[in-house]
Design a protein around this ligand. Structure first.
Ligand code: CA
Length: 253
């Protein structure tokens, strides 16, 4: 934070390079927040701008979908409880147009079924309300860190049964149909693939994929495994490739 903050003191420096379109090659920084509670949205904007991100907010699902199409944000933070179109529908609509942008959902509902529904609608991660700004910022930092790490990795393919997952495009063909993966799903697959045949503990998955400053639970891991199985396993209820090793974790075979 320090150096970046110091830049804001003194006379304004003429901005020669706008954030867009240079953001394509510079550090990714634009966040779209879709949230109808204005006070909450303003509070988040202050916190994110202080951290050096650019945050644009939309107060309805419809406005959020339109802004996402115009702005091409690097990350979308989406509240599930919105007037009119709900967050799940918004998530699905955005995903139809953009398979890759990370979507983090905010949910007052901590029930697992709501979280799974959000992940199935195409979200990559979730934070349940109430949460601290610090926790949300940590999640966002983790997302951007993962995005930049995965962009530096060479093109990689992961074979799972008859399916080949293309890590760079985050896609695979499953039974002739294109399937896309969120970046956490890809990061988990990469980790399991690197340790193929050996169980990886939930703690190791948390440390490697999420990092120590984010704070998801083991349940988060289980939800992502469920999501991967639904996409990759012929019968997700009886997995052949992504196995649970009792007391040890998960193993890719
Ligand atoms: Ca709301």
């Amino acid at each position: 934070m320090g150096a970046k903050e110091n830049l804001t003191y003194g006379p304004p420096i003429p901005i020669l390079i706008p954030c867009r379109p240079m953001a394509e090659i510079e550090q990714k920084c634009t966040i779209l927040l879709i949230e109808d509670e204005q006070d909450f949205a303003m509070g988040l904007r202050d916190a994110f701008e202080f951290e050096g991100y650019e945050l644009t907010s939309a107060s309805s699902g419809e406005a959020g979908i339109a802004t996402a199409a115009d702005l091409h944000p690097d990350l979308i933070i989406l509240d599930l409880m919105l007037p009119g179109m709900n967050g799940y529908q918004v998530c699905e609509q955005i995903r139809r147009r953009d398979k890759v942008v990370p979507i983090l959902i905010l949910s007052a509902r901590s029930q697992e079924s709501d979280i799974i529904r959000g992940l199935e609608a195409g979200a990559d991660d979730y934070v349940t309300k109430p949460f601290s700004i610090g926790e949300l910022l940590a999640r966002v930092r983790t997302i951007f860190r993962r995005v930049s790490v995965s962009q530096m990795k060479p093109r990689e393919k992961i074979e799972i049964g008859d399916v080949t997952v293309d890590v760079e495009s985050q896609t695979a063909q499953v039974n002739g149909k294109p399937v896309s993966f969120g970046f956490y799903e890809i990061a988990m697959l990469q980790l399991l693939h690197e340790n193929r045949g050996t169980p990886v503990s939930r703690d190791d998955i948390l440390d490697t994929v999420w990092g120590i400053d984010a704070n998801p639970t083991n349940r988060t891991i289980d939800n992502f495994i469920l999501k991967l199985r639904r996409k990759l396993e012929p019968n997700p209820a009886a997995p052949k490739y992504i196995l649970t090793v009792y007391g040890q974790g998960y193993k890719l075979v």
